[in-house]
Write a new protein. Structure first.
Length: 394
């Protein structure tokens, strides 16, 4: 390494600490120069083992990882870092881009996948987006108690015991019927539609466990269907299937919220294996549990504009986007006057519709509004202590 490593606390809070793992000297030094010009703190690692040693000693905001290294595969480095609870966001850069490696990287928690060659502007834009995501509060660590572990297992078993419902969105009738038959033979409840609009209409009627969407549909693409479905039903898992696979759409699909991306043609066994894996990962991802009921903790987040007062001072959209990324938040909404009757009715309706266990409200005057929200929550079956009203002015 070319410089003495510093501890995380010694850096200015406004700067990002970035580790570039790249074995080609000219590329590594070029990226280092670009990043330093933007004010980032940068360290270089030329091998996977060297990168792991540096990650063990220091906390980074971002790891820029090449996939082909002289001593090990870049994905192995990323997985090893994840096992050690390293929380750095990861951008993969590679001169050997492929759909399978892009999907593998995104499944492993990589925030972006950038094929070489790329421009300076493209690289910096991806880095900035990755670091914006890093700004949110980190989850607390700690081992589960035996009681919590057992409750989690019971809740997961109950989740698996009920019939799983799948929505297949496929405009080719023969393919759609084939997938429906395959899934029904395995005991899944299946609905089949041929357009994106039909899919969204079905999603308004019920919450599905899995959405399988073809990428190319007559009225919109499968990623638009997933994005809109995830907005109203964050727990619904999603897969893209396509006969037109490429790296860029694979990466975009995973960013949109797809848990998998399958290139056609595929066998029945391959399809069922991927479906089961996505569904199992979806159940295991529901980490936060309400111990009192042994059911997943479901939170609703609401932001009040206070007319135009708060909205002119606070970026409500940023709050909503951050809340949507939290795994236990199942619904997010904003309203011009949330504490008035229309807004209060919306909150009450959501508590019943989504089975909310907690409600968080961002308001302009918490003291003035708190009693109203508590009354609404109590009518819907929540205890007063299960609602938190916070000040957006602060």
């Amino acid at each position: 390494m070319g410089k003495t490593m510093e501890t995380r606390e010694e850096f200015d809070k406004g700067q990002g600490q970035i580790l570039v793992m790249e074995d080609e000297a000219s590329v590594a030094e070029g990226l280092e120069m670009i990043l330093k010009e933007k004010g980032y703190q940068v360290d270089l690692a030329r091998t996977g083992k060297e990168a792991l040693k540096v990650l063990d000693r220091n906390e980074f905001d971002l790891l820029v990882a090449d996939l082909r290294l002289p001593d090990m595969n870049g994905m192995d480095v990323i997985r090893e870092a994840r096992k050690k609870k390293n929380r750095a966001e990861v951008i993969v850069i590679t001169g050997y881009a492929s759909v399978p490696s892009a999907v593998e990287a995104m499944k492993a928690g990589v925030i972006d996948y950038l094929p070489k060659p790329f421009t300076e502007e493209e690289f910096i834009a991806r880095v900035e987006r990755a670091l914006e995501r890093r700004e949110g509060p980190l989850p607390k660590e700690g081992k589960e108690s035996l009681e919590t572990s057992e409750i989690r297992a019971d809740a997961q078993a109950a989740e698996k015991a009920r019939q799983v419902h799948v929505l297949v969105v496929e405009d080719e009738p023969s393919v759609g019927m084939g997938l429906k038959m395959i899934l029904m033979e395995k005991g899944y409840g299946v609905d089949l539609v041929g357009t994106g609009k039909e899919a969204l209409k079905e999603g308004d009627q019920r919450e599905y466990d899995l959405l399988v969407a073809d990428l190319r549909l007559p009225d919109m693409n499968g990623m638009q269907v997933i994005r809109k479905t995830k907005k109203s039903h964050p727990r619904t898992q999603a897969m893209i299937i396509t006969g037109y696979s490429d790296v860029s759409t694979a990466v975009e699909a995973m960013k949109t919220g797809a848990a998998d991306y399958m290139a056609k043609p595929f066998t029945e066994e391959e399809f069922l294996s991927r479906v089961e894996k996505v569904l199992n990962e979806g159940v295991e991802a529901e980490h936060p549990y309400d111990l009192a009921s042994a059911m997943p903790l479901r939170i609703g987040f609401y932001a009040c504009h206070g007319g135009t007062d708060i909205a002119s001072k606070v970026r409500i959209s940023d709050l909503i986007n951050f809340a949507q990324r939290q795994p236990q938040v199942v619904v997010t909404r904003e309203h011009k006057y949330l504490c008035q009757e229309e807004g209060l009715q919306m909150v009450e309706k959501d508590i019943k519709k989504f089975g909310l266990k907690r409600v968080v409200v961002g308001a302009c005057s918490p003291k003035a509004a708190e009693n109203r929200f508590q009354e609404v929550c109590q009518r819907a079956g929540l205890k007063p202590e299960h609602i938190q009203v916070i000040s957006l002015r602060e």
